[in-house]
Structures are given as C-alpha cells and as structure tokens.
Design a protein. Structure first.
Length: 117
C-alpha cells in the first residue's frame, strides 16, 4: 500500500518560513520523481517544485529563490523549505510521486499552509 504523508503545514506571518516534509512508503523511492503541488482557494492545482530521482530540481517562477526542495533517499522523504512566505502562498500543499518505470502517480492527503499579511 502506497502512502505519502505530509507534515509541517500551519499558520505563519508574511515573511516567515515553514518546512514541509513528505514521508513515502510502499514505493521504491529512489526510482520516483517527487514533487510538491499546491491548490489555493478558487484556483487550479499547480506545480510548486519537483526533484527528479537524480536530484535535478525545477521550480515554479513564483517560488524561485524562496523555496527549496530536497530529498533523502535513505529516509524516503522529500522536503520543501519555504522562506519569505507571502499571503499568495496560502494553499493546500500536496506531495506527489511519479514512478520512472510505470509512470504511476500517487498523492498525499495535503497539508494546509496559511500565510497572514
């Protein structure tokens, strides 16, 4: 059974920081690309950051220079360090995995991030 479990969300003031963590089980972690997506109220889900199995990272333009994605293949975790948070970063953040072998996608249940102005 595949599980992606996010943690670390919460309420923070603008300019503050949060670190999200996603713990994966039931997948062969090191052959999965991992990503963080978010869905803000009234908006479509969007990609925030992705890290490939090889460690290559990509970011949405809106978070470049503020967010950092990282992974620990030994612990089966992927983190998202979020600095200089803005009210427009308020959203539910979802962890995502994509298998390099089967292209199967899995999603976590989401964690709420709220940034107050």
């Amino acid at each position: 059974q595949v599980q992606l479990v996010e943690s670390g969300g919460g309420l923070v003031q603008a300019g503050g920081s949060l670190r999200l963590s996603c713990s994966a089980s039931g997948i062969i972690f090191n052959i999965n690309d991992m990503a963080w997506y978010r869905r803000a109220p009234g908006k479509q889900r969007e990609l925030v950051a992705r890290i490939t199995s090889g460690g290559t990272t990509t970011y949405a333009d809106s978070v470049k220079g503020r967010f950092t994605i990282s992974r620990d293949n030994a612990k089966n975790t992927v983190d998202l360090q979020m600095n200089s948070l803005k009210p427009e970063d308020t959203a539910v953040y979802y962890c995502n995995s994509r298998s390099l072998i089967s292209s199967l996608l899995y999603w976590g249940q989401g964690t709420q991030v709220t940034v107050s102005s």
